[in-house]
Write a new protein. Sequence first.
Length: 490
Amino acid sequence: MDRIRINPFRPLGAIDPNLFGGFAEHLGRSIYGGIYEPGSPLADEDGFRRDVLEALRRLKMPIIRYPGGNFVSGYRWQDGVGDPSERRAQIDLAWQAMESNQFGTNEFIKFCRKVEAAPYFVVNCGDGDLREARDWVEYCNGTQPTYLVKLRHQHGFPEPHDIKYWGLGNEIDGHWQIGYKTPAEYARVATEYSKLMKWVDPSIKLIASAVSSWDGDVVERAQLLLEQAGHLIDYMGLHGYIGNPDDNFPKYMAQVEMLDERLTAYEGLIQALRLDNKIKRPIAIAVDEWNVWYRTHPEYSKDINGLEEIYNLEDALLVAMQLNLFIRHSKTVKMANIAQIVNVIAPIFTRPDGYFLQTIFYPFELYSQTCGNITLDAIYEGQTFSSDDQSALPLLDISATLDSQNNQMVLYVVNRSQTADLETAIQLTEGGFVGDVRVVTINGKDIKGQNSFETPDNVGARESTLAAAGSSFVYTFEAHSVTALICSLT
């Protein structure tokens, strides 16, 4: 019989709630027709879709990144504030689209308040400049009677927005980006942007755009960035998407191992560079763009279709495994932002008369609503599988967390087998279980099963309970499933 052993008294790291963050970019129907649709019978008095707000609240995202993404590298924040009738439309060269600027800084602030999320703004380090970035910080966070603060007052916001998180550009290492920069160029830019923005507001937290192109100079970029700006930045931002363009289930199920290798390597790199440069302050990792993305990715498809990816069950398994990965790396990964939140490679898909929840909605909701504040040491001993280029990978991908206040443990398990249910002993190395175990299972009849307006429940979550006492119990994990076992401990 397979076995999972958990030590409830061996914490591996503190879990930051910001692991369950989101991302909204001016791209396709993410903003207009997704979040924001004035005139719709489903919109509230501020133009926000009430049904979308309700669905997003279920995801409990504590932080949402905005306004991009590739979009931000050609964005002027000044075009998106003030009287909407006087705002200047622009051509968005990143996605070759018209941007009306009817949704901007203050609309996003209203949106974040409605879904109870902290805003995370990314400044333009593409064709933007230092002054533009420092002015945005002052407009949002300033308290002195300056021109920009008075301008915010005129726009209807007398109190500062108090934006804590600011990103220093987007994917600066990508040649597809407006304003691509070499490692040396970006290290210099990040240093000067950081310095000036923190002079305006010393309390802000800064996320450097470290790696999105994993075939590039990942070591040199980290080295120069930390040598020059290590005393100023708070996070190293990493991006990564995965997919199944070859329609190879075992290979797809193994992709999280590659992500694990990248995180492990980057953790060591940051630690070594902090030591070498005598950087005493912690520098965390922010995986501020991640998801499954391949059907509408320019690398694989000529028809990117507004990036309106329709997800299936196997994609939901990969989303859960990425969340397991972030939990296992919680000592260093302190933020993660799924890209994106509505319509564009997103868990929620709308049309004018409603929405449906994509398959990937359910694992994100499950984890964000049940995850504890401490990662526990959990070990799986059992069956393995192989892909085209990897072997002896565990069939069960797991993570475990503890809510230290309520002494509640959650074991998250993804069964990566397409056909086999796995009977597994769940064992505590110390302590015991008390009361019923709440079981939440996400599954469907077929790994290719998708949700739609016509069939919204092909893949979803269901709940049950089982009795547990002592230090162990047995549970059978269904093939191609995501399961959470929510247990009270003695």
